[in-house]
Design a protein around this ligand. Sequence first.
Ligand SMILES: N[C@H](CCC[C@H](N)C(=O)O)C(=O)O
Length: 276
Amino acid sequence: MQLRFTKMHGLGNDFVVVDLITQRFRLKPHHIRRLADRHFGIGCDQVLTVEIPTQPDVDFRYRIYNAEGSEVEQCGNGARCFARFVRDKRLTGKQKIKVETLAGIIELELTPNRHVRVDMGEPILDPKRIPFTADQQAQTYALEADGQQLQVGAVSMGNPHVVLNVEDTTSAPVDHLGAILESHPRFPQRVNVGFMQVLDRQHIRLRVFERGVGETLACGTGACAAVVAGITQGKLDETVSVKLPGGELEIHWAGPGNAVIMTGPAATVFEGQIQI
Ligand SMILES: N[C@H](CCC[C@H](N)C(=O)O)C(=O)O
């Protein structure tokens, strides 16, 4: 079958976006791996699908698949691309849309400067719901890995994140320690690994080793999780500029009981068709 797709990115975190409203296809894990393959396929960090909603009062269903083929709960950079896609493809005329994900319903709003503002919902700090094995909820947790005693933050944005504070992201052991922590036994569903350098109370640098992908140029849910961890640890104010290798995101969180708001760009690179 010929499958139409659109190649997009959010700060270099790149996606193959497939409209499964105007075309019918059942994507299986091996299809995802083929689409995501940077040599034998199109190449991307995640595949995103646009589908009809299953819930009332929701505009679309938004599904996310990591390059390895697994379906995951949430993708922040992908959400901004999703909003840009459905608007540009005239699948909606709305400025603000509600989409259902495995993590719940999120709201996406196109801003006048062609950025996208996303209500990512409330962060989850209860270890049992992250999920993360811990006796009780805490600002930081002692975690043994690679022969080291680490102090880490643990946050879910619908998908699990562990956040390490580092002196300098450029020299952080992202590939080595990221791979070890991604499959740490205390994270039963594996985990995205963020390396956060606090520059001041309104600015951080961040690199993320993503679950099921490896290091990406940006991670939207990772930026949200890092800011929530930093605020919880008393290191950051409510609005933070997150500098990722691929560019900057603005993250706002007014504290427990409030949603995390992420604002940033979304870009279309090219359209195509692939025989699959
Ligand atoms: N690798 C993530 C999914 C994509 C998240 C990231 N691309 C973002 O922008 O939030 C996970 O397995 O939970």
